[in-house]
Design a protein around this ligand. Structure first.
Ligand SMILES: [Zn+2]
Length: 97
């Protein structure tokens, strides 16, 4: 068996991908983990809509608001704040003070 041969792999989320090495990283999962694109998916549906209704679809836009302002959005609950805070932190951002 040639060492460069590619194997069809399936990750634990069911994505199929080919890898020639024994690196177990799934490219689809790797993309989904990008924090600046995925932070809305951490939230409950009402909280996500609350942000989207206010035009917030990126962490950069989120960082222009304070925690107080975010909590005033209809549908946003205090349980979502820690998730938003850590998502901001992972990108080197924070809520406006
Ligand atoms: Zn995957």
């Amino acid at each position: 068996m040639a060492p460069s041969e590619k194997y069809l792999r399936t990750c634990n989320k069911g994505h199929n991908y080919y890898k020639s090495s024994d690196c177990p990283t799934c490219p689809t999962c790797e993309q989904e983990r990008k924090p600046s694109q995925g932070f809305l998916s951490l939230l409950s549906a009402p909280a996500r809509r609350a942000l989207e209704n206010n035009g917030i679809t990126s962490l950069q836009q989120l960082s222009k608001y304070s925690e107080k302002e975010i909590l005033q959005f209809h549908g946003m609950g205090p349980a979502s704040l820690p998730k938003l805070r850590s998502a901001l932190q992972e990108s080197g951002l924070s809520f406006r003070r």
